[in-house]
Write a protein that binds this ligand. Structure first.
Ligand SMILES: [Zn+2]
Ligand SMILES: [Zn+2]
Length: 449
C-alpha cells in the first residue's frame, strides 16, 4: 500500500521526466494563438495529446472544447476536472501575435494547457492511477477572454452558441453536470517574491454592445442635414467619465470599452458607430446598478445630437468563489513543492479587478482559481510573456496532480470531505435563469424626446 506521499512523488517524477515535452506543447500553442470559439488548431492539438495518452474524450463542445476522462483504478467516485483554457485575445503588437488575425497569448493560457497535460501525465502513472477512486476530467475549455463580441453575437444568431463565453456555454450544455469539482491555475506577472497565490476573488461584469445610429450627409457641404453618431458616442463616453467619482472603492468598479466601428468615410457624417463596453464591479448587484447608470450615459449621448441608440446587454461573469477545501489543498501542496514563504494567501475579498468565467463555475460546483508566477509584463499587453516555464507549466502541473491525489486517494476521502462542506451559491438552473435575465436590449431615440 503506497502512501499518498509516495504517489505524489511518483506523479511528480513522471512530470519532471516529460517536462520538456509539456513545455514544447505550451510553446506550440503560443505560436498558434486563436481567439475564443475559433481555437480549432489548439483544440486539435489537445485531442491529439489525449489520443497519444490513450484518454477517451469528446470534442467540439461549445464549438472547440475537449473533455477527457481518466478513470481511477479503485472504482467509481467523484469526478475532478483539471481545466485549461484554450484561447488567446487580440494584441496584434505582441511578439507572438498571429500576423493575420492579431491573436496573441497575452494572458498565458497556452501555459494552462501545458500544465493540464502535465497534471494528467503524473496521474496516469499506473502505480498512481491504480490507487485513485473516481475519475479525472481533463477539460480544455474555449473562450475565457470576453472579446470579439460582434462575432460571438453572430454565432449566437446562428444558434451555434447561446452564451458568449466558454464555461458559461459549457454549463448550459450540461458538460459540468457530471463534474463534482474543478481546479485550474492561471499565470501572473505581479507576484513579487511569491511563486503561488491562492484566495481572493474577481469582478463580476456585464458586456455591452452599443450601436449609435445617426444620419449620413456630406461632412463639408451639408453637415446640418446629418446626425453625427460618432459625436453621440463621444458624448456618451464623457458622460461615463462624469460618473466615475460616485463609485465606492469597495466595489472595484471598472468601466471601459472600445470603439469597434467609428464611421466609414471621413468626408461623411458618421451614421453608424458601434462600441463594445464592459461594466465590472465586485458584486452582481453593483453590476446591475452600474449597468443602468451606464445605459443612461449612452442615452445621454444619443439625446445630445438626436441620434438613436441600441444597447445590448450581454450576461458576463460572476465573482470567483474559491472553495476553501480545494484552495487549502492547493496551498499545502504548493508549499511542499516550493517552500512555505513562496505561497501567498490573499484574503477572500481581495479583488484583482479582472473577471473570469471560472467565477461562474465556482457558483455551482467547488472550484479554485490560484495563480502561479513565471510571467513578466502587464497582462493583456504586448509585454506579457512567460519567461519561466518551470514556474508557469511544470510546478502547477505537479501541484494539481498532488491535489488530485489528495482528493481521490484513500477511497476519495479528500473529495468527499470537500463535497460534504459544500453549499452552492446557485444551482445550474438558477444560474441559467439569472444569466438569461441579465440579457437585455434597450432602444432609445434621442430625436424623439
Ligand atoms: Zn485574460
Ligand atoms: Zn486569462
Amino acid at each position: 500500500m503506497s502512501t499518498r506521499n509516495e504517489l505524489k512523488r511518483k506523479a511528480c517524477e513522471a512530470i519532471e521526466k516529460r517536462k520538456n515535452e509539456l513545455i514544447a506543447v505550451a510553446k506550440m500553442i503560443l505560436e498558434n494563438p486563436e481567439t475564443g470559439f475559433s481555437e480549432a488548431k489548439t483544440s486539435r492539438l489537445v485531442a491529439r495529446e489525449f489520443d497519444l495518452r490513450g484518454i477517451p474524450y469528446r470534442d467540439r463542445l461549445a464549438l472547440t472544447g475537449v473533455k477527457g476522462e481518466i478513470k481511477g483504478g479503485r472504482g467509481p467516485g467523484p469526478k475532478v476536472s483539471v481545466i485549461g483554457e484554450l484561447d488567446a485575445l487580440l494584441v496584434s503588437e505582441h511578439a507572438s501575435a498571429d500576423s493575420k488575425t492579431g491573436a496573441a497569448h497575452a494572458c498565458g493560457h497556452h501555459a494552462q494547457i501545458g500544465m493540464m497535460l502535465g497534471a494528467i501525465t503524473g496521474l496516469q502513472v499506473p502505480e498512481v492511477l491504480s490507487h485513485l477512486s473516481g475519475s479525472i476530467v481533463p477539460f480544455a475549455v474555449p473562450a475565457e477572454e470576453f472579446v470579439q463580441v460582434e462575432r460571438r453575437m453572430a454565432l449566437r444568431d446562428q444558434k451555434r452558441i447561446e452564451f458568449l463565453s466558454g464555461k458559461q456555454e459549457l454549463i448550459r450544455l450540461g458538460e459540468f453536470d457530471d463534474v463534482d469539482m474543478a481546479i485550474m491555475c492561471h499565470t501572473a506577472s505581479d507576484m513579487v517574491k511569491s511563486t503561488f497565490a491562492v484566495g481572493g476573488t474577481s469582478n463580476s461584469h456585464v458586456v455591452k454592445y452599443i450601436e449609435f445610429i445617426g444620419k449620413g450627409a456630406h461632412a463639408g457641404g451639408s453637415p446640418h442635414l446629418g446626425i453625427n453618431a460618432l459625436n453621440a458616442a463621444a458624448w456618451s463616453i464623457m458622460a461615463v467619465h462624469a460618473n466615475r467619482e460616485v463609485f465606492p472603492e469597495s466595489e472595484t468598479v471598472r468601466l471601459h470599452g472600445i470603439i469597434g466601428y467609428g464611421g466609414e468615410s471621413v468626408s461623411a457624417v458618421p451614421s453608424d458607430v458601434r462600441l463594445e463596453w464592459r461594466v465590472r464591479s465586485a458584486t452582481p448587484e453593483a453590476v446591475a446598478r452600474n449597468s443602468t447608470k451606464i445605459d443612461q450615459c449612452f442615452k445621454a449621448g444619443a439625446l445630445a445630437v438626436g441620434a438613436k441608440v441600441k444597447i445590448t446587454t450581454i450576461p458576463g461573469y460572476m465573482p470567483v468563489r474559491n472553495n476553501s477545501g480545494l484552495q487549502g489543498l492547493f496551498k499545502q501542496n504548493a508549499q511542499a513543492l516550493v517552500g512555505k514563504d513562496k505561497v501567498v494567501q490573499m484574503p477572500p475579498n481581495r479583488n484583482r479587478g479582472g473577471s473570469t468565467d471560472m467565477g461562474d463555475l465556482s457558483q455551482i460546483i467547488p472550484a479554485c482559481h490560484p495563480y502561479t508566477a513565471g510571467a513578466v509584463g502587464a497582462g493583456h499587453s504586448k509585454d506579457y510573456t512567460i519567461t519561466d516555464y518551470e514556474m508557469a507549466v511544470v510546478n502547477p502541473a505537479k501541484i494539481m496532480a498532488m491535489v488530485v491525489i489528495d482528493l481521490l486517494a484513500d477511497g476519495a476521502a479528500g473529495a468527499k470531505e470537500v463535497l460534504e462542506g459544500w453549499q452552492p451559491a446557485m444551482t445550474k438552473d438558477q444560474y441559467l435563469a439569472f444569466q438569461r435575465d441579465r440579457a437585455q436590449v434597450v432602444e432609445f431615440d434621442g430625436g424623439e424626446v
